[in-house]
Design a protein around this ligand. Sequence first.
Ligand SMILES: [Zn+2]
Length: 126
Amino acid sequence: MDAKKRTEVRAELVSQGYSFDYVDSWPPKVTLYPHKDLLNMDGKVAIPRGTPLPNHPGHPDHLARKSRLGLLSWPPTNSCECRACRESRIATQPAESAGSVEETTGQVVRGRPVGSKNKRRTTAGH
Ligand SMILES: [Zn+2]
């Protein structure tokens, strides 16, 4: 890969959730996971989302092309930020439940300092 191609591939991989260093240190073989159901020619599900597909070449150019199909080197999760997962969340989740996830996260962060203060007070008794 020349420098220009390398920059393009890096930008594409990073936008899909790969680390910035991937184009510099990539493994010879990777396991890819579809982040959306892969359909066959008839429009039926050929490979369901999350199925491990081992022994793909780890070459960055190969992974950039696969990422366009929703194939990435980690399993899909509810917090995955790749394009396929974001699109599937928009398509399947009602707007209400997406809002409640954000609220819960805010409460956890706010509650943390109170808990650590209480712990210190109990051990300080002399
Ligand atoms: Zn994903």
